[in-house]
Each structure stands twice: as C-alpha cells, then as structure tokens.
Design a binder for this molecule. Structure first.
Ligand code: HSE
Length: 306
C-alpha cells in the first residue's frame, strides 16, 4: 500500500464549558486528502483544491504536522500530499486540525503504525501551533480518536476518549465572516474568578457524566460557558438570538463552535437537529447574513479511508 485517500472530519472544540479541553468529531463535514509514499525524501504538497492556502510545506499546517512526525522516524523515502479542502479556514470547525490530523494519521498507516494515537495528536498539534500560535489539542484529538475527547492534561499529554451517546446530533451554522483563532484568543482574559470557575467545572463534570449515562437532559444543562462565551459572542452576528431560537426549537444546548464564528447546537435525534437548523436559518435570513449550515451525527470513528 503506497497511497491512501481519506476523509478527515471537522470538529467542534470547547463544547461550551470545556475551553481547550473538550471536543467532538463530525460525520458529514470534513476534508478529503490523498497521501502518497514516494521515492524522493521529505514532504511535498502537490495539489490543493477548494481553498486558497499555502502549498509550501513549512507554511502549510499539514506539511508542518507531517514534518513533526518524520523528525521522529528514519525514512529513506518521502510523502506527497493532496488536499481537497472542504472546511473553510477561520470557520470555527477545526479546518487546520482536519488537515494536520489527517496527514499524520495517513502517514502512520502507510508506515504500518509505528506511532500511537497520542503521538499522532502531538504531531498534529504542531499544525495547530502554526495556524493559531498555540498548540491546542481539542480539535485534533477528536479528529484522531473520533467521538468526544477530553484533554485531561497538556503536560504530560493525557487524552481520554469519552462515551458518545448514539442519538446525539450537531447543528452548525457558519456566518460567512472569518474569525482568526489567534484574534479570538487575544481578546480573552487571562484570569477567571473563583465564582465562574466553580460554575465551569461543575458543568464539565456534568457533561462528562451526562455523556456516559446518556442522560440527555444533564448534557443540555451542562452546555453552559461562563468564561469564554460572554466575551467571544460579541464577535458573532446575532449570537444570542440564534442561541435562543435553537433552544426554543428543542436543542439540548447551544454555544460557540471552537473560536467561532460558527455556532453549534446539540440535539437528541436528527429530527430535532433539523428543526434547530431551520430556526437558525430563519434568524440569519431575517437579518440578511450569508451562512453555511450543517447537520451531522457525532462521528465515533474519526478519520476514515475512502
Ligand atoms: N480551544 C480553541 C479556542 C479551539 O477556543 O481557541 C479553536 O478552534
């Protein structure tokens, strides 16, 4: 096997209460990539379609992640990367993470799996460092593990796969503006009050417990963010109205996807998730904001071979 064609998923990071630690993988939105083993040593990006992003290996998140992997193994051959970029950069659903995670996963397969999934997260995080200035793992971890993931610790890196209830669907609306993750991080405060921290870790515990026990009401009650959402939501058109209408349509909870501007809602069942999509669309249609919208089951598998 010298070539792999893969689907690498979009992801929702933070999931309201878990800034930089919680994430989930999506099923119907993601990039397609082809990774080819070639005689010439090194990493080359030979084709990018869909978006206008750099093809130079050192300037491309997939290139940088692949180089991080190759720096830890002797190879007398190299790899070519083709990316069909379907996730828009700056959308808040893990565009850079999908490419970074996809390439290291595929190279590891082509090398007959010398690395474990935590190693792959570590390499993919170098792509995130290039994209945002911070090597956060809450998008690359769910892309690589599938389902819900928790980054229990960054140093040392400790990632937990969390049980994913079967009926959980995500609705994501992406207003057509770009919010750079680096900018959305720069506006955050660097300290939190004990009062807010208490609410936040109560919700993180509640969400994890709700996922394991498939208690959808508890999942909904725990989808609250007292620290980041109040600050970042000002960057997103009609955020409060979209959230209010999603909850009225039956969503369990609603918040900012990653660093935004996408807004996500989680629902029990596809029917409700579609109803939530309709209510989100109505808000943006009314105020004439262009958008993309996705409804997706939570993807338990993560990256897939096509
Ligand atoms: N946890 C990161 C942030 C995710 O919110 O900045 C970026 O997609």
């Amino acid at each position: 096997m010298n070539e792999l064609r893969i689907f690498t998923p979009a992801t929702i990071a933070n999931i309201s209460c878990g800034f930089d630690v919680l994430g989930l993988a999506l099923d119907t939105v993601g990039d397609e990539m082809t990774i080819r083993k070639v005689k010439k040593k090194g990493i080359r990006i030979t084709k990018i379609t869909g978006q206008n992003i750099p093809t130079e290996t050192h300037k491309n998140v997939a290139g940088v992640a692949a180089l991080a992997l190759l720096s830890e193994i002797e190879c007398d051959f190299g790899f070519e990367i083709e990316i069909n970029k379907k996730i828009k950069p700056g959308s808040g659903i893990g565009s850079s993470a999908a490419s970074s995670a996809g390439v290291v996963w595929a190279i590891n397969e082509l090398l007959h799996k010398p690395f474990n999934t935590i190693d792959l997260v570590r390499f993919a995080m170098e792509g995130e460092r290039l994209a945002t200035g911070v090597a956060h793992a809450d998008n690359v971890a769910p892309a690589l593990f599938g389902g819900f993931t928790l980054v229990r610790s960054y140093e040392p890196l400790d990632i937990i796969s969390i049980h994913t209830p079967n009926e959980l669907y995500a609705t994501i609306i992406h207003p057509q503006i770009e919010v750079k993750t680096a900018d959305a991080r720069n506006i955050l405060k660097t300290t939190v009050s004990l009062k807010d921290a208490i609410k936040q870790w109560g919700n993180v515990g509640g969400l994890i417990s709700g996922l394991y026990t498939e208690d959808y009401d508890l999942i909904g009650r725990s989808l609250e963010d007292h620290i980041v959402e109040p600050i970042r939501s000002i960057l997103i058109p009609a955020f409060n109205l979209v959230k209010q209408q999603s909850l009225l349509a039956g969503a369990l909870g609603c918040g900012i996807s990653g660093s935004g501007p996408s807004i996500f809602a989680l629902s029990k069942g596809k029917k409700t998730a579609l109803k939530v999509a309709k209510s989100m669309k109505l808000v943006y249609d009314e105020i004439a904001i262009d958008y993309d919208i996705h409804v997706s089951k939570v993807n338990k598998q993560g990256i897939k071979i096509l």
